[in-house]
Design a protein around this ligand. Sequence first.
Ligand code: ZN
Length: 265
Amino acid sequence: MARTSVFRFSALALLLLSAFCWADNEAEEQLSVSERLSRANSNLIRSVDEPILIEGDIAIDSEAERNADPCTSRGCMWGKWSDGKVYIPYYITNHFSSREKAIITRGLESFSSFSCIRFRPSRSDDRDWLQIESQNGCWSYVGRSGGKQVVSLARSGCLYHGTVQHELLHALGFNHEQTRSDRDNHIQVLLHNVVSGMQHNFNKIATLNQGTPYDYNSVMQYHKYAFSRNNQPTMLPIPNPNVSFGNAQEMSRNDKARLNTLYKC
Ligand SMILES: [Zn+2]
């Protein structure tokens, strides 16, 4: 009898708990990629053997690379094959559950539905590949850096379709929308509202914009309060400061168009 009521109690507790988790998940679903990145990457304590992160989620190996556009200086694009496809080997480390792996795989495979990019499982003779790991936060290098290249998708906070696409776009050579060379025509950066020491996140980069318009709905656009020290906006759209931006949950039409232009798909 006692055992039955314990069982009943645990079943009820489990039911309530899952109801709460469900409600929590519902709210979570509404978050934009940009908000998810800020959450997952806030208050990260990084160890010395981890790469330096700039702009919240871009990994660099040394401070000197900060303002450079690696793609223009080093040719960081991934190579195209004679069939017109760009094959990018990836390896997903085994610390993800099968459900988590499925989210990552869905993100990887989404690129083949709108571009010539084909992520494929790595083989032992691959020279360059993406190693998808759950390290501290969500981050990636910009472009192909050669050899094994980590894309970190932390199990807590990074496993969402749009977040996977965002980090893969970095690995393909794309920077954040707000660092575009022409951003001053579209976004006013309010440096006085930015956390001290984080101002470099708003440095402009000599990006190749390939004739694509500045896109407030890009999955690479950070939100209005990114790196805010005082809950005041750090970016305002020009000319209408009330236009909403940085709310993308996945790649926009422009994100797909510029990927196809860059890789001449
Ligand atoms: Zn990013």
